[in-house]
Design a protein around this ligand. Structure first.
Ligand code: RB5
Length: 149
């Protein structure tokens, strides 16, 4: 199951991405925000980051104005590999090399068409494993060391 969330800066793009996911028959849970009122992006990045980190959600999509704030917060959570993408190549690499389990987009950066295309590329790509798994293992080791105690 996917979780999707945005702040007010990403709301419009979130709604466009929801439609793309609906068109592809992909089920997801929308964790907000639900109106244009100003909210704080860390609250919504936390909802998705925590759910993915704890294994309650398999993957997540986060959108704020630039995508930067959401990325910063989501990557605080152990086991979350959040990738801010704005081009096709990075969207594909984020899965093939980094096995990104959260994709982050800028609502004030991307058109709805581009955002839907990038989400589709990320969804369709496959993690390559091999040397890339070794690198992810190193991230996991770092997390263990940094978060112990
Ligand atoms: C909100 O105005 C804006 O700061 C937020 O959406 C995001 O771009 C932060 O990184």
């Amino acid at each position: 199951m996917f979780a999707i969330a945005s702040d007010h800066g990403g709301l419009e793009l979130k709604n466009a991405i929801r439609k793309c996911l609906d068109d592809r028959g992909i089920s997801y849970r929308d964790l907000g925000t639900f109106d244009n009122g100003s909210v704080d992006y860390p609250d919504f990045a936390e909802l998705v980051g925590r759910a993915v980190s704890e294994g309650r959600m398999e993957k997540g999509i986060l959108i704020c104005g630039t995508g930067i704030g959401m990325s910063i917060v989501a990557n605080k959570f152990p086991r979350v590999r959040a990738a801010l993408v704005s081009d096709d190549f990075s969207a594909r690499m984020s899965k093939e090399h980094n096995d990104a389990n959260v994709v982050v987009l800028g609502g004030r950066v991307l058109s709805p068409e581009t955002a839907c295309k990038l989400v589709g590329i990320w969804l369709d790509a496959h993690f390559e494993g091999g040397r890339h798994q070794r690198r992810l293992d190193k991230i996991a080791e770092l997390e263990k060391e940094l978060f112990k105690g």
